[in-house]
Design a protein around this ligand. Structure first.
Ligand code: NAG
Ligand code: NAG
Ligand code: NAG
Ligand code: NAG
Length: 769
């Protein structure tokens, strides 16, 4: 949470500064989609410019105010405006909405970790999809390090003929940095530059090009579509072959995230470009806190992308375990939470009293006596300069020298704390989780011997320090251990549902590996991502829903390659209905010490081997989303700005009584007086002719269910059949009773082991009036 706290501070700081700098800030102006044809302008650009011209006082140089012209993701433009000018523009007939630029973030925890490799998925799915050949994954992130072996194009197919994108030159990036793996690379920085002009004249080195100076984009792109690289490792840890999820897929890079964050004006420009360029999948490991869909530029841009048949895959956010924190939750987006792998990097603390505290770390000094020596411990609890958190300049050098320093998690980055302890003369560090982090154990490649312990262990450590005259401890590094622990489990930080803006859709949709993921890394950055870190690596470890998202982007590319005609909704359905709800021991997926709720795992943990051949899919046509938005109670103008369709919800609601979006999961909400809910669903046979499915139901506690029919007999491939399901609440609703319950509705084809089509059911009793 500390890491988040810092984000908030930073955001407030930016707002404060920008309000002082001549009052100009970036606004995204959305126009009527038919405005151009109705106007007398021959080019979109001139039309957009003319609208700006009418608004801005004449002394100003228009071209410096104008930022982007959008045509595919929305019709409109981005410009620097004063609040008064923005108000004036809103009044124009041609203007649908004027939205201030919004700062979003990449979805990784702030310290950068080393990791083992991405899990390899051998077998049928890769064969059937030809490793994702022909598919194009667009990655919106911090750019790419093109020289990484993960982006080698040996054995790659030629660039698909439909591709219209290009390789944009810039600082240390030329067209020769693109190849048959990286087929496009562009950067979008105008929104970022406007915002950072007012915040700080940046002294940070940043490539004004698609080259990655941060590492995050290289990591995510290689997770989605990286080529196989033998003998990858992070300073000896997690050694093995690194592979992206779709090693045969092409990658298109859209750099939208810079040191100051990722601005919605830049993101929208990238989505706009990606639609025109011809990507098949868009991977967005970025986001913010949930906002209504009509305020959400990612939701709006991805609606248009979805209409073009592009699967948009987004990180759910790192604001867990807080309820309602899931972001990027539009029903046309695939929203991915994070889970753990069964790989551990034990680094156990032995206290002076011979009590052992379990911790994890990737510090590479295994076996070196300096790294594994008993040392005195110091902890500056409640220090007034933030010394408990080991903030820069807070540690008293005299007391720290040669000691193991305890640092609480929060506020500054984990790896940065290690650097600060090292600079103060400390010999080692124990990072202590607080109650906010519980036992979550994202590892780092620290610059000094260090380990991370859970909150339970932290309590024991601090009690020992309190009660001991000269406390001591020693860290034992245990290398890489695979298969000993239960996995997957939900990552503590993974954002949770129910969805804030649309509780009628279960979000997140699924979970995928997002803790301690090893993937490619810029060759001029240390594995901790700290500027002071002189070590050089080709791979490092990171954690976050940012890492989970590109796993699913790669899998979506595989499914797209295997089934070229499938819609984004069908691809998402395949991923949700085939996901695993048990861990590798066959027991329920855990979230901390409790079985995970559907609001943390959605359909469950992705299972590529099954998703490639799901048997049945729940498909959705783009227009069905209109009806759904009417059911959400959105206004005509809000719906118009998302969908560009002018609808009368009054009529639609009248014509579509009992409508529900054909989503592959169910979110049932009972309110006082409404204890019976009916849902209609359609399933399309994507398996063989003459497939017979029978029903299996696990009714949620407190609910009885009725389904009609109970058998689905498909004569043809591609045949669609419907069913209805009724949910009847058996509970008396009062403020004290449990508010949630969950179950499953599953169609099983007994003749084919792989065809089990499972829909999760989340039930909420909403006692609010
Ligand atoms: C350690 O002692 C301090 C001050 O006496 C107290 O506030 C704190 O709660 C103690 N911590 C533990 C873990 O016992
Ligand atoms: C990183 O990869 C390059 C080849 O791309 C290789 O020459 C170099 O030795 C590798 N570095 C490490 C630390 O493995
Ligand atoms: C939508 O249709 C209504 C009624 O037909 C009309 O009054 C309104 O101007 C239209 N709105 C837009 C944005 O086209
Ligand atoms: C399946 O049916 C839909 C409409 O019923 C049609 O558009 C589509 O082309 C069909 N797909 C195949 C593979 O036959």
């Amino acid at each position: 949470m500390g890491e988040k706290f810092q984000h908030i501070l930073f955001t407030i700081f930016l707002c404060f500064l920008s309000s002082h700098a001549q009052n100009l800030q970036t606004y995204i102006v959305q126009l009527h989609p038919e405005g151009l044809s109705r106007s007398s302008f021959t080019s979109r650009f001139h039309w957009h410019l003319s609208l700006l011209e009418k608004t801005v006082s004449s002394e100003d140089d228009l071209s410096s105010r104008f930022m982007y012209s959008y045509s595919s993701a929305i019709e409109g433009f981005a410009a620097q405006l004063s609040p008064l000018e923005a108000e004036a523009l809103k009044k124009s007939q041609q203007v649908l909405a004027v939205r201030p630029d919004r700062r979003l973030e990449i979805q990784t925890t702030y310290s950068y970790k080393f990791l083992g490799l991405s899990p390899t998925r051998e077998g049928g799915a890769w064969m059937k999809s030809r490793f994702g050949r022909g598919a194009i994954i667009g990655v919106l992130d911090t750019g790419i390090w093109p020289e990484s072996s993960s982006f080698d194009d040996r054995g790659m197919d030629p660039i698909p003929r439909k591709w219209k994108g290009f390789c944009q030159e810039g600082r240390d990036f030329s067209t020769s940095n693109c190849n048959r793996k990286i087929i496009g690379a562009r950067y979008f920085s105008k929104g970022h530059r406007v915002a950072s002009l007012v915040s700080s004249p940046s002294t940070l080195v940043e490539y004004v090009s698609a080259r990655d100076s941060h590492g995050h984009g290289t990591h995510t792109a290689s997770t989605a579509g990286g080529a196989p690289v033998p003998m990858a490792n992070v300073l000896g840890y997690g050694a093995g072959e690194a592979r992206g999820m779709a090693p045969g897929a092409h990658i298109a890079v859209y750099k939208v995230c810079w040191y100051s964050g990722c601005y919605s004006s830049d993101i929208l420009a990238a989505i706009d470009a990606a639609i025109q360029d011809g990507v098949d999948v868009l991977s967005l490991s970025l986001g913010g806190f949930p906002v209504p869909l009509y305020e959400d530029i990612i939701a709006i841009g991805s609606f248009r992308a979805m209409q073009h048949g592009i699967s948009v895959i987004c990180a759910a956010g790192n604001n867990g375990p807080i309820q309602n924190s899931v972001a990027n939750e539009a029903p046309w987006i695939t929203t991915v939470g994070a889970s753990t792998l069964d790989r551990r990097f034990p680094a156990v603390v032995r206290l002076g009293n011979w009590k052992f505290l379990y911790g994890e770390s990737m510090y590479p000094g295994i076996g070196s006596p300096a790294a594994e020596k008993e040392l005195g411990i110091v902890y500056f609890e409640g220090g007034n300069k933030g010394s408990g958190f080991c903030l820069r300049g807070s540690l008293p050098v005299v007391k720290v020298k040669g000691k193991l320093v305890v640092c609480d998690r929060g506020i500054n980055g984990r790896a940065e704390k290690g650097q600060i302890v090292k600079e103060a003369g400390g010999a080692g560090m124990i990072l202590a989780n607080t109650e906010l982090n519980l036992e979550e154990d994202s590892v780092d490649v620290h610059v000094l011997p260090a380990t991370l312990i859970g909150s339970e262990e932290s309590y024991q450590l601090k009690s020992y320090i309190n009660l001991t005259r000269s406390p001591k401890a020693r860290i034992f590094f245990g290398g890489t251990v695979i298969g000993k622990s239960r996995a997957p489990a939900v990552a503590q930080f993974s954002s949770r549902g129910p969805s804030f803006s649309d509780p009628s859709i279960l979000k997140p949709d699924m979970i995928a590996p997002g803790v301690n993921i090893i993937a490619a890394w810029p060759q001029n950055l240390g594995p901790s991502a700290l500027p002071e870190d002189p070590r050089r690596v080709n791979f490092t470890v990171m954690s976050g829903t940012s890492m989970a998202c590109p796993h699913v982007s790669g899998l979506a590319a595989l499914i797209h390659s295997a089934h070229q005609k499938w819609t984004p909704a069908a691809i998402k359905s395949a991923l949700i209905t085939t996901a695993d709800i048990t861990d590798h021991q066959g027991k329920p997926i855990m979230d901390g010490d409790k079985p995970a709720s559907l609001f943390s795992i959605g359909g469950g943990h992705v299972n590529p081997e099954r998703a490639i051949d799901p048997g049945l899919v729940y498909d959705i046509q783009p227009n069905e989303h209109l009806i759904h938005l009417c059911f959400l109670g959105y206004s005509r103008s809000d719906i118009f700005s998302i969908t560009h369709k002018n609808v009368s919800c009054h009529e639609i609601l009248h014509k579509n009584k009992g409508f529900s979006l054909n989503y592959p999961s169910f979110s049932v909400i009972f309110r006082p007086g409404a204890i019976r809910k009916m849902f209609k669903r359609r399933v399309t046979n994507v398996g063989s002719a003459n497939s017979i499915y029978s029903l299996e139901v696990t009714a949620p506690e407190g609910v009885s269910m009725r389904v009609k029919p109970r058998r689905l007999i498909f004569k043809q491939p591609n045949q669609t059949l419907s069913y209805k399901v009724w949910f009847i609440s058996k509970k008396r609703m009062n403020m004290e009773s449990t508010r949630f319950s969950q179950g499953y509705l599953t169609w099983v084809n007994h003749r084919s082991i792989s065809s089990t089509v499972r829909s999760p059911i989340a039930v909420t009793w909403d006692t609010r009036k």
